[in-house]
Design a protein around this ligand. Structure first.
Ligand SMILES: Cc1cc2nc3c(=O)[nH]c(=O)nc-3n(C[C@H](O)[C@H](O)[C@H](O)COP(=O)(O)OP(=O)(O)OC[C@H]3O[C@@H](n4cnc5c(N)ncnc54)[C@H](O)[C@@H]3O)c2cc1C
Length: 392
């Protein structure tokens, strides 16, 4: 069998690319080493798949080359994916901040993509370990462990990033890209919980399970969402978002009472309720145990009447600008995404084709384009898969 395109990876980007190219009459083969296609889609969004975000813009993505994603994102928009979802009668809802989730199950999205592939004559072969990729006389020759060899004019790398190795994630796309002379932007775990150092951990462990409203800031970037204290450190949407910007040794600042002015509150309380404990004033804004922890950290206690202006400002600084120094992150073991990857300087932003290797395409998470939390990573998988699928 001669194929026009061989796609390595039956994940979000690979399946979208396969269905798009198949719909254009291309003979497409998808190879994947896992047992089932689209496993990350299946487990995503707590089983409901946050499949896109209606507020998606290029600003929701990190890359060494922030303009690279503009073209693909503008040619396959959230509305395009929503239209596909509607065509399959999959019901969905907006949870928060433009994030769209299936009403029932993420399996519906996997099945939709598989149906699209089947409808357009795409061949999908699972449990295929790829042992070698060669390029001879303009043809890509793929060798599988099952000892069969397949050839094609076009090869699409869609094997994703390094996050969650337990699910079969590998650095395969990077290895093949390097073999063809493409550069790799160093990778690191993104959208990942923080781990505290031992001293912080022993102080914070009793607070595990406490969630609170927050604004997490790193440099000029901030996210206003919930945070969560875990047995290992910090997690929750605000923390996952800011983790993508964090570098080893950095601190992050947390505003634990957004939309309140703690200094003014305490200064007023000195006259309106002087006998009230400072802790009980803070407990109107924060979970009590967290308020107590913050006060203990700066050695403050007592009643409002005892507070000087300096004390009020010190407590306000602690609540509005609490500095947290993560020791590290939980790493690829639990990261939702991999930052970095195949360098976009070596790819066409229109087609995802390698500029120096005709017929080699790179799509999805393997590429140095990483979205914020909230459906952006799938939107990039759909858009980059579509761009390549239209170009093959
Ligand atoms: C727990 C979790 C929840 C998430 N939730 C969301 C969400 O709700 N919304 C969102 O937008 N994003 C979410 N993401 C991120 C999203 O899943 C990824 O960004 C997206 O799946 C990337 O698509 P991809 O096709 O590039 O890679 P993947 O979907 O990872 O697909 C890669 C495929 O390649 C195969 N493969 C890997 N190595 C090899 C190899 N050596 N040989 C053969 N095949 C190989 C894998 O088996 C896999 O099928 C989540 C991620 C995780 C881990």
């Amino acid at each position: 069998m001669i194929y026009d395109a061989i796609i390595l990876g039956a994940g979000a980007a690979g399946l979208m690319c396969a269905a798009t190219a198949g719909a254009r009459g291309r003979r497409v083969l998808v190879l994947d080493h896992a047992t089932h296609a689209g496993e990350k889609i299946r487990i995503s969004g707590g089983g409901r798949c946050n499949f896109t975000n209606i507020h998606c813009t290029p600003k929701n993505f990190l890359s060494e080359n922030p303009r690279f994603c503009i073209s693909a994102l503008s040619r396959y928009t959230p509305q395009d994916f929503i239209a596909l979802v509607q065509r399959y009668n999959i019901t969905y809802h907006e949870k928060t901040l433009g994030q769209l989730f299936c009403d029932h199950s993420s399996r519906q999205i996997v099945q939709m993509l598989l149906d699209e592939c089947a409808h357009h004559g795409v061949t999908i072969q699972m449990q295929q370990s790829i042992t070698d990729v060669q390029h001879r006389d303009g043809k890509f020759i793929i060798q599988c462990a099952s000892s069969h060899e397949v050839q094609s004019d076009n090869l699409i790398l869609a094997t994703g990033g390094l996050s969650i190795p337990k699910m079969g994630a590998t650095g395969f796309a990077y290895d093949v890209a390097k073999k063809f002379g493409l550069r790799i932007v160093p990778t690191r775990a993104g959208l990942v919980p923080f781990v505290s150092d031992d001293a912080t951990l022993s102080q914070m462990k009793p607070l595990a399970g406490i969630a609170f409203a927050s604004i997490a800031t790193h440099g000029k970037v901030h996210f206003e969402e919930a945070s969560l204290i875990t047995h290992k450190g910090l997690s929750g949407p605000a923390i996952l978002q800011i983790s993508s910007y964090w570098r080893e040794g950095d601190a992050i600042a947390l505003n634990l009472a957004p939309h309140h002015n703690v200094a003014t509150m305490l200064k007023d309380a000195r006259t309106t309720s002087p006998k009230q404990e400072v802790l009980s004033v803070l407990s109107t804004l924060l979970p009590k145990r967290l308020a107590q922890f913050l006060l203990e950290q700066i050695g403050m206690s007592g009643t409002c009447a005892e507070l000087s202006n300096t004390h009020c400002d010190k407590i306000a600084q602690q609540v509005h600008h609490w500095l947290y120094h993560p020791a590290t992150t939980e790493g690829y073991r639990t990261a939702e995404v991999t930052l970095g990857g195949i360098d976009t300087r070596d790819l066409s932003s229109q087609t995802m084709e390698a500029t120096n290797v005709r017929g080699l395409y790179c799509i999805g998470e393997a590429v140095d384009v990483t979205g914020h939390l909230g459906g952006f990573n799938f939107q990039w998988a759909w858009a980059s898969g579509y761009a390549a699928g239209m170009a093959l």
